[in-house]
Write a protein that binds this ligand. Structure first.
Ligand SMILES: Nc1ncnc2c1ncn2[C@@H]1O[C@H](COP(=O)(O)OP(=O)(O)O)[C@@H](O)[C@H]1O
Ligand SMILES: [Mg+2]
Length: 361
């Protein structure tokens, strides 16, 4: 009999996207079990950041309870390769793991931190490495890289928490010097699911929006408003990444906020997006260029706007561990290209096992 691959599925996490992660993890769990050949260790990270071996029903990852676990899980760099550690009342046991799938969205998961831990522990993991994860999580940093590529994106100004809190009036003036007119978008540089993000319609709304974003992150950006269609492109691969078709999001709300993303059934996705071929090719090309520029590996979803007034394409953001819920764009875009979710996951695992470790090879 063929040896089974031991897969640790990390899910939950401390970010605002905890619940989405649990739903995404269910997609992975179902596909791995249906596919066969895997021993899956579900590892639940609670909202406080504690890691536990999830021993509940594998069909109910999304209902993982808080604080009812017998077995803690730790990563102990330097112990031995490919090993996690479980800690129970009877002591510590090594949990040999061939690959980790960090199905985590947002801070402390999609931002390079968990990736760094796994590098130190020498355990292969699915998806982008430390650099790509960290850069892509940080919207200001991504913008600097995309500027270098000459790819169009919303103009912006960045501010920090201290200047906003200590002298909000001056912060407002700094924004007005760049953007005398409204609306503008105010966002924390590193946050997901639109948490802390505000569409600012008038001057009175600007200062509260800056303070709200500064509550989420030390760094804040204010962006030119792009009145556009929202389209997304899935990228996968390693040295020669490939782009999927382009999908469109039809948000039910004024913008694609947390509610519209996950709770509002009227938000819809259209695959493939009904756009001109030249625009589709531009988006697919730019998505791959951006993926390469941030040193992407495995997967990412690259999001764009198509401005309504002139059909110009604007890069919006890149997500290195995009959602895998039943209504998520990344898996749907590849399914549309003929790869079902189980095949997508197989490719992701292969790609993880192919990657050279950070130092040496
Ligand atoms: N510059 C902008 N112009 C118009 N709409 C924007 C702009 N930036 C963000 N949005 C809207 O806000 C949503 C969330 O912003 P985004 O940058 O994608 O952050 P998140 O990481 O929270 O998804 C987008 O999907 C879009 O609907
Ligand atoms: Mg987004």
């Amino acid at each position: 009999m063929e040896k089974t691959l031991r897969v640790a599925l990390l899910f939950g996490g401390v970010s605002s996207e905890h619940d989405v992660s649990c739903v995404s993890a269910q997609t992975f769990m179902d596909a791995l079990l249906a596919d066969g050949g895997y021993t899956v260790y579900p590892i639940y990270i609670d909202r406080a950041g504690r890691w536990f071996l999830y021993e509940g029903d594998v069909k109910h990852l999304a209902k993982a309870p808080q604080g009812e676990y017998r077995i803690a899980v730790a990563v102990k760099p330097g112990l031995r390769e490919n090993a996690l550690v479980t800690i129970s009342a009877s002591g510590e046991t090594t949990l040999v793991t061939d690959v980790v799938i960090p199905v985590l969205h947002g801070l402390n998961g999609e931002d390079g931190t968990v990736q760094g831990l796994l590098e130190l522990a020498r355990i292969p993991y699915v998806g982008c490495g430390v650099l790509a994860s960290a850069v892509s999580m940080d919207k200001v940093f991504t913008k600097k890289i995309v500027d270098h590529l000459g790819i169009r994106q919303a103009d912006y100004v960045d501010l920090n928490r201290r200047e906003i809190r200590e002298n909000p009036g001056a912060a407002v003036q700094k924004v007005l010097a760049k953007f005398p007119e409204f609306p503008v978008f105010v966002k924390p540089s590193r946050a997901g699911s639109s948490v802390g993000t505000t569409k600012v319609h008038s001057l009175e709304e600007l200062e509260p929006a800056l303070l709200k974003a500064a509550a989420e992150d030390r760094r804040v950006l204010v962006e030119e408003y792009v009145d556009g269609r929202e389209v997304e492109c899935a990228v996968r691969g390693e040295y020669e990444p490939e782009a999927s078709n382009v999908g469109e999001i039809l948000a039910a709300a004024e913008f694609y906020d947390y509610e519209a993303k996950y709770a509002n059934a009227d938000s819809r996705t259209v695959i493939p997006a009904d756009i001109e071929d030249s625009i589709r090719e531009e988006i697919r090309h730019d998505a791959v260029e951006i993926f390469k520029a941030v040193d992407g590996w495995g997967l990412a979803r690259v999001d764009f706007f198509i401005r309504r007034s002139d059909n110009r394409v604007f890069f919006n953001e890149i997500n290195t561990f995009p959602g895998f819920t039943p209504i998520s764009m990344w898996p749907m875009l590849w399914a549309d290209k003929g790869t079902p979710v189980s095949g997508q996951i197989r490719l992701l695992i292969e790609s993880a096992l192919e990657r050279e470790p950070l130092y040496g090879a």
